[in-house]
Design a protein around this ligand. Structure first.
Ligand code: HEC
Ligand code: HEC
Ligand code: HEC
Ligand code: HEC
Ligand code: HEC
Length: 318
């Protein structure tokens, strides 16, 4: 049965995609295909990557302005590299605006590389090499130098960057039609690089609220980095802030009074693994409609427009 399926798979490949396309996939230099080519078969991975910060690493407005419109080549070498696996990264010659694209992580010396053994009896790509580096944190550390340095200092032994930032998902090898009809599913890794895809953040980062006074309403919040083996927030160049917001909310969930407190790399207030920070608070007024205290921990960007919730707790008051 499996043999027949594989035979059909082969036939369909041969009919639906010209063989030259496969050859073209592992070309370096100016002729390199766009990552969109990879999406002809790896649709889900492509869409995840497209929505991720990696696809914006070059076009990021902040990056563009700090590099004076891409004049500083040393920066572009890492934000849009030919191959992140090269000991010295160089700027890619094609599709530069794709930033850290598929090839940046999967192409080395004219060979496509990846973490696993082949599943099919023939090569759908021209050359596909298994490379053990894909499951090591060092791969990410080539670029994420600050986070990697903190990671090494934390002495973490069990979990790699991929473990938390690329969680598993069951998928067919090609998730395009008609391929998805062949139901063999394998464990693939998500490429959205969005930490909220991880199972449960509460084992990693926690907030605890203790109420103290009634009038004025006061208390203390403890923020703890329980098991993240790098600073919260982490990162080198750029803007990295995690915001603690303590709000007094009314029946409708609207905030009637609010205070914020910030954790940043730059101010040295980021939390190492195991660190706890206590933040006392006191609201100034008594509001008739006050119902609860809401405490939220969010990752935010430079102009505080985009936020991702990392932890939240609501305490009812009477
Ligand atoms: C930032 C680096 C990076 C980028 C960008 C990237 N990948 Fe990956 N990819 C990896 C790593 C690391 C693994 C292995 C993860 C593991 O097994 O723990 C992987 C695994 C894979 C696999 C093997 C199956 C799996 O999921 O384990 C496929 C297929 C794949 N990537 C395709 C792509 C495609 C297509 C793109 C572009 C849309 C892309 N990758 C972009 C780093 C990257
Ligand atoms: C014609 C369809 C097709 C296209 C286009 C395609 N792939 Fe694949 N890719 C596959 C299939 C099928 C497999 C699984 C092969 C196997 O396991 O034998 C695979 C596997 C992979 C793997 C995983 C290898 C491993 O470790 O198991 C990576 C990484 C990968 N592709 C990257 C890419 C990149 C990068 C591109 C774009 C440059 C791309 N692919 C374009 C069909 C395609
Ligand atoms: C070629 C260099 C490079 C490699 C390799 C790389 N990254 Fe990145 N990564 C970047 C850059 C550059 C950014 C920032 C993009 C931006 O925000 O403009 C980034 C952003 C991120 C973010 C931030 C997401 C966000 O929402 O702000 C995460 C998480 C991340 N990378 C994880 C990883 C992991 C895990 C690996 C290893 C599997 C990895 N990266 C490998 C260059 C790289
Ligand atoms: C135990 C799980 C875990 C491991 C292992 C881990 N991280 Fe994280 N990482 C997190 C969590 C949770 C966050 C969200 C908190 C934050 O933004 O600071 C995060 C945040 C990040 C961010 C910022 C994301 C953003 O949205 O801006 C980057 C970049 C990052 N990690 C890179 C790495 C790299 C590189 C490694 C490996 C050296 C790594 N992480 C290992 C859990 C992990
Ligand atoms: C070795 C690779 C590397 C080099 C070289 C590099 N960066 Fe980055 N850059 C990163 C990574 C990785 C991130 C994601 C955050 C982090 O982990 O520090 C990032 C994030 C950024 C961000 C934040 C994007 C955002 O919106 O949050 C800016 C801005 C930035 N870099 C500018 C620069 C500039 C300017 C230079 C040159 C002086 C430069 N980078 C050189 C790897 C690099």
């Amino acid at each position: 049965m499996k043999g027949i399926i594989i035979f059909f798979l082969f036939l369909l490949t041969a009919c639906s995609v010209p063989m030259t396309l496969h050859k073209g996939l592992a070309v370096s230099g100016r002729e390199q295909p766009s990552s969109e080519k990879c999406s002809e078969c790896h649709i889900t991975i492509y869409n995840e990557w497209k929505g991720s910060a990696h696809s914006r690493a070059y076009t990021d407005p902040l990056f563009r302005s700090i590099t004076n419109d891409y004049m500083v080549k040393a920066c572009v070498n890492c934000h849009s590299p030919e191959s992140a696996l090269d000991s010295e990264m160089r700027q890619r010659q094609a599709n530069i605006d794709e930033g850290v694209n598929c090839q940046a992580c999967h192409l080395k010396g004219g060979k496509l590389q990846g973490p696993a053994e082949k599943h099919l009896p023939f090569d759908i790509h021209p050359i596909m090499e298994k490379n053990g580096d894909y499951i090591k944190s060092d791969l990410c550390g080539n670029c994420h130098r600050k986070a990697f340095e903190e990671y090494r200092e934390s002495g973490e032994k069990d979990k790699t960057c991929q473990h938390c930032h690329m969680p598993e998902a069951q998928r067919t090898i090609i998730d395009n039609k008609p391929w998805v009809w062949f139901k063999d599913r394998y464990a693939f890794k998500k490429h959205s690089f969005d930490i909220r895809d991880a199972a449960d953040l509460s084992d990693m980062i926690a907030i605890e609220v203790v109420m103290k006074g009634d009038a004025p309403l006061s208390g203390e919040v403890t923020v703890e980095n329980k098991s993240i083996p790098h600073n919260v927030p982490t990162g080198g160049f750029g803007y990295h802030e995690v915001l603690l917001t303590i709000s007094l909310i009314d029946d409708t969930g609207e905030s009637v009074e609010k205070m914020t407190w910030s954790l940043t790399q730059e101010m040295g207030t980021s939390l190492k693994k195991g660190d706890k920070r206590r933040v006392p608070f006191e609201f100034s007024g008594i509001h008739e409609s006050q119902r609860a205290v809401m405490v939220k921990l969010t990752k935010t960007d430079f102009d505080r427009k985009k936020t991702k919730t990392l932890a939240q707790q609501i305490v009812d008051i009477h």
